[in-house]
Design a protein around this ligand. Structure first.
Ligand SMILES: Nc1ncnc2c1ncn2[C@@H]1O[C@H](COP(=O)(O)OP(=O)(O)OP(=O)(O)O)[C@@H](O)[C@H]1O
Length: 260
């Protein structure tokens, strides 16, 4: 399976502050990663580099075999799906759900004069069904609940059949029911053999969907552990990441954690 993301000795310094330092990380096409870590550890910064939306201050990054700094970003970006609440704020509140998803074909956030093909429309309709949004396709994005908006963000990010899917806190702010519905959909998506490589940032082990295979724990001083989920997600590693003793339990592929 080819490597879809490769970071070698990556550091990020912004306005004199070191956010990431000496990060080495590789993601293969058949892997589904969760990135966990405390506030401010640099998770979003890492994801923005993986999305080719931001460049490192030093080090070498390959995204889908193209080296950042050398690759044509306009060709690369449509091959990488990215969903975050920062991006969702750019969707016009008065755009229909169908158009929010459809406009991913042109990497724009609002419908203007683009000439969409039938195949784009069929794809958009297909992902709306897959993410249980087809009954909302004509609703305005701004009128949706948080849970529905999160599903629209993900539907949009998979609309172009990306080879790498990046999700920044997809379950943040959801109530229990909306969270579980989203995790079920994400788990089903991640478990399909044809699914792309996935990297999902989250704050909570409870939000790791079934079907995820790998974990990267990012602490205030860098990577604490990275590798197969079963090896990395331990109480000891979580303690080193979050700085307090943690009791971790697992039940049928789902995790929960609390202070020990
Ligand atoms: N331009 C900047 N100048 C200085 N510091 C910055 C800049 N941009 C981000 N930071 C800092 O870098 C750190 C990492 O930010 P980032 O958003 O990547 O962390 P995070 O792990 O995603 O945090 P959270 O879990 O709170 O979303 C934060 O402390 C943030 O304040």
């Amino acid at each position: 399976m080819p490597t879809v993301l490769d970071l070698e000795d990556v550091s990020v310094v912004r306005d004199g502050t070191t956010i990431l330092s000496g990060v080495n990380w590789k993601v293969d096409g058949d892997q589904r990663w969760v990135v966990l870590g405390p506030n401010g550890a640099g998770k979003t910064t890492l994801l923005q580099i993986a999305a080719a939306m931001s460049h490192p201050s030093s080090g070498v990054v390959h995204v889908l075999e193209g080296q950042l700094g050398q690759v044509d970003l306009f060709e690369l970006r449509p091959r990488v799906g990215f969903a975050s609440s920062a991006m969702a704020r750019r969707f016009p509140a008065n755009e229909t759900v169908l158009n929010v998803v459809l406009t991913a074909a042109y990497s724009v956030t609002g419908r203007w004069n683009e000439a969409y093909e039938d195949i784009d429309l069929r794809r958009a309709q297909r992902v709306l069904v897959e993410w249980k949004l087809d009954h909302l396709s004509e609703r305005l994005f701004g009128s949706l609940s948080d849970g529905e908006q999160k599903r629209v963000q993900i539907a949009r990010s998979v609309m172009t059949d990306p080879e790498l899917l990046l999700l920044d806190e997809p379950a943040a702010s959801l109530d229990l029911g909306a969270r579980e519905e989203l995790l079920q959909l994400l788990g089903g998506y991640a478990s399909a053999p044809e699914a792309p490589a996935i990297v999902m940032v989250t704050h909570h082990v409870e939000e790791i969907p079934k079907g995820f295979t790998h974990a990267l724990l990012l602490g205030p001083d860098g990577i604490v552990a990275a590798g197969e989920l079963g090896d990395v997600l331990t109480a000891q590693n979580l303690e080193a990441t979050f700085g307090l003793p943690i009791a971790l339990s697992e039940d049928d592929g789902r995790f929960s954690a609390r202070a020990a």
